[in-house]
Write a protein that binds this ligand. Structure first.
Ligand SMILES: [Fe+2]
Ligand SMILES: [Fe+2]
Length: 277
């Protein structure tokens, strides 16, 4: 690519963020990340930070409201499996941009901040590829099913470090820690076929790695609280601001994963609406 020569940190991240299609975005990310880890990327004097009006996938995914996204049912059929895998592929593809956007948007932070979110982006790339390869095995591909853009909107609406870390890793990704075991449980009850087994083991890997993302979110949320001289309980104010109907009483929660990811018992009790920890 001849990319490595004089590669600038923010400029390159902006390019990757605005690259639409998976193969090009992933290639561009990989050469950037390799150069970054080799210390070959120059952190340039911060230029203007772009506010993105639409997600990078807008050109090839049809975006609809969350209510009209095709419902995933009947995982015993190929069609049902495709809907499930497509929905997860879309979450992972969106998550690549969310991780890169954190590294791009929030400037002047310790190097560990950028290390963390680029590492998350690398995980999300791998998650996307694992899921997309199963889609391809079923004769489908990413971009063939309608999607919603609520992850992108969440990032668009949270333009401070404090709010972003609360909402994206510590709320949305943390919700994923609760949701994935439920999906796994449902799948395990079905008559097992090869594809179902592959989906299950992939989801299990993804779940394990997502704990680390939420933990990184906790680390930088705590850091942002210190910067803003805010108590960590500001988390609940932020979540209520963006998700007024957030489940104050969550029906099932992955308590062990959430604790591993930095949630305190008192936080988990508030989220559950009862003493569970
Ligand atoms: Fe992921
Ligand atoms: Fe993640």
């Amino acid at each position: 690519m001849g990319y490595n020569k004089g590669m600038n940190f923010y400029e390159t991240l902006e390019k990757i963020l605005t690259t639409a299609r998976p193969p090009e975005k992933i290639d561009a990310f990989r050469s950037f990340y390799e150069a970054y880890k080799a210390g070959k990327v120059k952190v340039e004097d911060a230029g203007a930070i772009r506010y993105f009006k639409e997600p990078s996938y807008a050109g090839f995914c049809q975006i609809v409201s969350p209510q009209t996204v095709p419902k995933r049912k009947k995982f015993t059929t190929d069609g049902g499996k495709i809907l499930l895998l497509h929905a997860i592929a879309h979450i992972e593809y969106s998550a690549i941009d969310l991780a890169l956007d954190a590294a791009y948007r929030f400037r002047g932070l310790p190097k560990e901040f950028y290390d963390d979110w680029l590492e998350v982006a690398e995980d999300e790339v791998r998650h996307f590829e694992m899921i997309e390869s199963l889609l391809v095995e079923l004769g489908s591909s990413y971009g063939t099913v309608e999607v919603h853009n609520s992850l992108f909107e969440a990032s668009q609406r949270t333009q401070t470090l404090l709010e972003r870390m609360a909402v994206v890793p510590r709320y949305l990704e943390a919700n994923g820690l609760d949701a994935t075991p439920e999906i796994l449980q449902k799948l395990k009850k079905l008559p097992q076929d090869d594809m179902l087994k592959k989906i299950e083991s992939t989801l299990k890997t993804v779940l394990d790695e997502e704990v680390g993302h939420v933990l990184k979110g906790d680390r930088w949320f705590t850091y942002a609280c210190e910067l803003e001289k805010a108590d960590k309980s500001v988390y609940f104010e932020i979540i209520e601001k963006y998700y007024p109907n957030w489940p104050a009483r969550k029906k099932s929660m992955n308590v062990s994963a959430r604790k591993e990811a930095g949630f305190s018992c008192s936080e988990l009790n508030v989220i559950a609406g009862e003493k569970i920890c």
